[in-house]
Ligand binder design. Structure first.
Ligand SMILES: Nc1nc2c(ncn2[C@@H]2O[C@H](COP(=O)(O)OP(=O)(O)OP(=O)(O)O)[C@@H](O)[C@H]2O)c(=O)[nH]1
Ligand SMILES: *[C@@H]1O[C@H](CO)[C@@H](O)[C@H](O)[C@H]1NC(C)=O
Ligand SMILES: [Mg+2]
Length: 457
């Protein structure tokens, strides 16, 4: 066979191997070293989640058994617009029925505009504690002087074109910056040590017969979450550069025994886009007000990424928690079944769901779906993944077998010169044939087009 022909076969093999590696690295097939993800349709019938979730449930459920009452220095908090009144009413109803009717915590409502009468009347009638209404000072909801507003406007237009979610929105950016660096400094929140963030339209599916604030305090937790997932990379392209600058400037703020491996796969060189979904948060306001967090926020705010990109408060909070706290100070609530459009966390253990009178469908659980970062969180904490989640689905195994067979064939072809020549001839034949087909198709299309024009006239 002439050398030129052998070259083609080699190119072909390289291309296929490259493609294979690409797919493997994209984790379309789980590799033992990367985060295993079930490719099945998410039916958790044989109840994966047993081992660890029971562990974590036990911690909270043990606490529940020994602390029937309780009251911490804490409040529920909601940022909302007047027009959110009906959706927040739904959320308040859920939080009250499942939890707060027994505890009567206050509820702070914040808004960049004055709350209207309807909003106040409706929400205060639903809250079992005292409802408090605060207006956000304009200097917490506006452009800092180092921001070039024309550049910010251009970015919004670019992101509108690229169809990045909320990329065109100015108010969404102020909201994200406010939640990242200001809400905990509002005078109404200065009064409290812990907060629980509640957004309009969320749902709770299980009873919370214990006091999660008190749990946080007694176990020295500073930040907690229910759902974690991957951020859309287009919104945070330079965020990690800012984080690295902060780490260089303030090595003294980085906690020993932190959760870096949750947010970075290469020990801090790059961000892996994992974050805790911040529309639900129970956390320490004192921690957010600490020098560590404030230095962190200031460094990032100076970068301008809230306006020149579209940094969300979720990655901002999550990276802070992962770097500034010890990993034991972050908590995952398996027992709180939660929905914010479009994802649900629902505990897998039937016993637990019965005990807490849950009404969610466990097969809709987000924890082990491909976008979830919970597997990474488990890894980062050295917690074994639940059985059934670890295993590969039949589809993945089948894919592996097919891929293996193709690779074996290619290898055989590459080694054996006669087979190589044969393969080359077949490929060339196939190529010529498809070319002929293509030309014929083009010709027919032109013909059809001419016909159509004739008909029109
Ligand atoms: N006062 C005020 N609150 C806002 C504004 N924009 C958003 N919020 C609130 O900030 C929180 C987050 O906003 P959302 O619109 O829910 O953003 P999201 O959760 O990322 O997206 P979706 O819920 O999926 O639309 C909610 O509690 C909103 O009510 C605003 O311009 N002013
Ligand atoms: C509650 O916490 C805030 C903030 O840490 C503090 O200023 C306040 O004194 C505390 N209140 C009580 C009653 O402990
Ligand atoms: Mg929301």
């Amino acid at each position: 066979m002439p050398p030129a022909q052998g070259k083609y076969v080699r190119y072909l093999i390289i291309a296929v191997v490259g493609l294979t590696l690409f797919f493997l690295s994209r984790r379309s097939i789980p590799l033992p070293t990367s985060t295993p993800r079930p490719l099945s349709d998410g039916h958790l019938a044989h109840s994966p989640g047993q081992s660890q979730n029971e562990q974590s449930s036990n911690e909270v459920m043990r606490f529940a058994a020994t602390h029937s009452g309780g009251r911490a220095n804490a409040t529920l908090v909601t940022l909302a617009r007047n027009r959110d009144v009906w959706e927040i009413s739904q959320a308040i109803r859920q939080v009250e029925d499942r939890f707060n009717r027994k505890f009567h915590y206050n509820w702070v409502f914040l808004n960049d505009q004055p709350f209207d009468d309807t909003f106040k009347r409706i929400t205060s009638s639903l809250v079992s504690g005292t409802a408090l209404y605060g207006e956000i000072p304009p200097e917490h909801w506006s452009y800092p002087d180092w921001i070039d507003q024309d550049r910010a406007r251009e970015v919004r237009e670019e992101m509108r074109e690229k169809k990045i979610i909320y990329g065109h929105s100015e108010s969404y950016r102020h909201m994200c910056r406010y939640e990242s660096g200001f809400f905990f400094r509002h005078p109404l929140l200065q009064e409290y040590e812990y907060y629980w963030r509640v957004e309009p339209g969320i749902e709770l599916f299980c009873d919370i017969p214990y006091d999660p604030f008190l749990f946080m305090k007694e176990t020295n937790k500073k930040y907690s979450f229910v759902i974690s997932m991957l951020e859309y990379p287009g919104t945070i392209e330079t965020l990690w550069d800012g984080v690295k600058e902060f780490m260089d400037d303030h090595p003294e703020h980085i906690a020993e025994g932190n959760l870096m491996t949750f947010v970075s796969n290469d020990n801090g060189k790059t961000y892996n886009n994992c974050h805790f979904w911040s529309n639900f948060e129970i956390g320490s306001l004192d921690w957010l007000r600490s020098k560590e967090y404030m230095d962190y926020f200031e460094t990032l705010d100076r970068q301008g990424g809230f306006f020149y990109e579209r940094w969300g408060d979720a990655p901002i909070h999550s990276i802070a928690a992962s770097l500034l706290l010890q990993k034991e100070q972050i908590h995952f609530w398996n027992e709180i079944a939660y929905y914010h459009m479009p994802f649900t966390h629902c505990p897998a253990e039937e016993q637990l769901r019965k005990e807490l009178r849950c009404s969610c469908d466990p097969s809709g659980n987000f924890d082990w779906k491909p976008l979830s970062c919970l597997p990474r969180y488990y890894r980062a904490n050295g917690i074994p993944l639940p059985s059934g989640v670890d295993g590969y689905s039949w589809l993945a195994i089948f894919g592996f077998v097919i891929l293996g067979a193709i690779l074996a064939c290619l290898l055989a072809v590459a080694i054996n010169p006669r087979a190589r020549a044969q393969a080359f001839i077949s490929v060339r034949h196939l190529y010529l044939q498809s070319q002929t087909f293509w030309e014929r198709y083009q010709e027919e299309k032109r013909e059809w087009e001419r016909e159509r024009l004739r008909m029109k006239r």
